[in-house]
Write a protein that binds this ligand. Structure first.
Ligand SMILES: Nc1ncnc2c1ncn2[C@@H]1O[C@H](COP(=O)(O)OP(=O)(O)OP(=O)(O)O)[C@@H](O)[C@H]1O
Ligand SMILES: [Mg+2]
Length: 421
């Protein structure tokens, strides 16, 4: 059964304009279907048909419409048929990072780090569902009561997640993390105040010296963005294997193998997890492994890989602080059937990781590196190397560990070609 009962009348749109749009929309769609003017990628032809049908509607129902209103309606209907409806303009706006839809009348966006509610709205639940289905059908996925949540990517690389009733009580919900076609570079991050040049140089040295780096932070705090920027410091020619749920990293290197996890299909089979990919990656003779996000059992394999010759590896983790990142790792290792004691687990994390870089969002939405901490000792002691002062918006170099990456310990020696031990 469909999640939305098709016999149920559609929710009454809020105002006159929405009512007109809904009626016009139905009128145009019906004509387009009746006359077989299906959309074949020719947007100009479709726009012409839409304009003609709007004119026809206004004549039949003696509905006067101003030229500029007609132009807006034409664009909206075009977006509806050829694009993603009310979301099309947001998807085309380069200043919008995230689009969050909580049911038909609640659309939020994140612009310049700040979340705001838009005036845009869908006609009803079915309208949201139609757009979700348009997004996921090219991926061979479906969404309905029996399969009520879906992850995927739009053709431009944007990450999407949809969840619908009965799991969502707000009606169909959709979250989109837009893909930035031009990744933020060192210059962007430094000039935008996300990190000081000194701290960036420190991290650059750390990447060159093949330190293992974990980037921690809350959701949307800029972990992937920083990982992407740091990965650009890897010397070209090294063999990099990346593992991600949805490929977001934009590595410019000549020798990269990108692996992507696969969710189960509609029958619940065929899933390939990050852990399986990581184990496979170890057989692919990688120089460095980059795990887009550590969230499960792959952590154990990743830490082992970091300790056994795949130094210079990097990943991200959801955590509220650098300390919390260690706790999260311990928890994930525990869930991955690690048989050793807590002490052994801490020792393994400590000898695998060199630095934790914690990123976050200030109250005004500005993103920054809050802390760079060196990991050492048997119990994963953290030694702050840089800290961010939110009031002055500056990064402060801590007194200890003044000597930088190279003197902290011997540079890690790469041993390529390691198999699964
Ligand atoms: N320093 C920055 N300046 C401006 N925009 C940024 C910065 N860092 C990240 N962003 C933007 O913020 C959004 C979230 O960034 P990113 O995807 O890196 O976060 P994340 O922590 O990896 O999120 P998630 O937890 O969902 O994976 C993106 O749209 C990105 O372009
Ligand atoms: Mg991310």
């Amino acid at each position: 059964m469909n999640i939305v009962d098709i016999n149920k009348p559609e929710t009454e749109p809020a105002d006159e304009y929405q009512r007109l749009k809904a009626a016009l929309h139905r009128f145009v769609i019906e004509r387009i279907e009746d006359e077989d003017v299906f959309y074949d990628g020719d947007t100009k032809r479709l726009a012409k048909s839409i304009a003609a049908y709007i004119g026809q509607y206004c004549r039949i129902y003696e509905f006067p419409i101003a030229e500029d209103e007609q132009a807006v309606l034409e664009k909206e209907l075009l977006d509806e048929i050829a694009g993603y409806g009310p979301l099309q303009s947001l998807l085309e706006d380069p200043d919008v990072n995230d689009i969050l839809i909580n049911g038909p009348t609640s659309i939020f966006i994140e612009r310049n780090g700040v979340l705001e509610k838009t005036k845009l709205r869908f006609l009803d639940d079915r309208h949201v569902l139609r757009v979700i289905r348009r997004m996921i059908s090219p991926l061979g996925r479906r969404i309905d009561e029996s399969s009520p949540l879906v992850d995927g990517r739009l053709p431009d690389g944007s990450r999407i997640n949809a969840i619908v009733p009965p799991l969502s009580l707000e009606g169909p919900c959709l979250s989109i993390r837009k893909f930035r076609q031009e990744a933020l570079t060192e210059d962007d991050l430094v000039s935008g105040g996300a990190i000081s040049q000194e701290a960036m140089d420190f991290l650059k040295d750390a990447v060159h010296a093949r330190r293992n780096i974990l980037i921690s932070g809350a959701t949307g705090s800029g972990k992937t963005t920083l990982l992407n920027a740091l990965s650009q410091y890897i010397v070209d020619g090294q063999r990099i294997v990346t593992i991600e749920d949805a490929a977001e990293l934009q590595l410019q290197h000549s020798h990269v193998v990108r692996l992507e996890t696969r969710p189960p299909n509609n029958e619940g089979i065929g899933e390939v997890t990050a852990r399986e990919l990581l184990r496979n990656a170890l057989r692919m003779r990688p120089d460095r492994i980059i795990v887009g996000e550590s969230r499960g059992g792959e952590v154990l394999d990743m830490l082992q890989a970091m300790n056994t010759g795949h130094s210079g590896s990097m990943s991200t983790v959801h955590a509220n602080s650098a300390e919390d990142a260690i706790t999260r790792l311990e928890m994930m290792v525990g869930l991955a059937d690690f048989k050793g004691s807590d002490t052994l687990c801490q020792k393994m994390i400590s000898s695998a990781l060199d630095y934790i870089v914690h990123v976050g969002r200030c109250q005004d939405g500005h993103r920054a590196v809050f802390e760079i901490a060196a990991v050492s000792g048997k119990q994963c002691e953290l030694e702050p190397v840089f800290c961010y002062d939110q009031t002055t918006r500056t990064m402060i170099r801590k007194a200890r560990n003044q000597n930088g990456v190279e003197r902290r310990s011997e540079p890690r020696t790469p041993q390529t070609g390691g198999g699964l031990s």
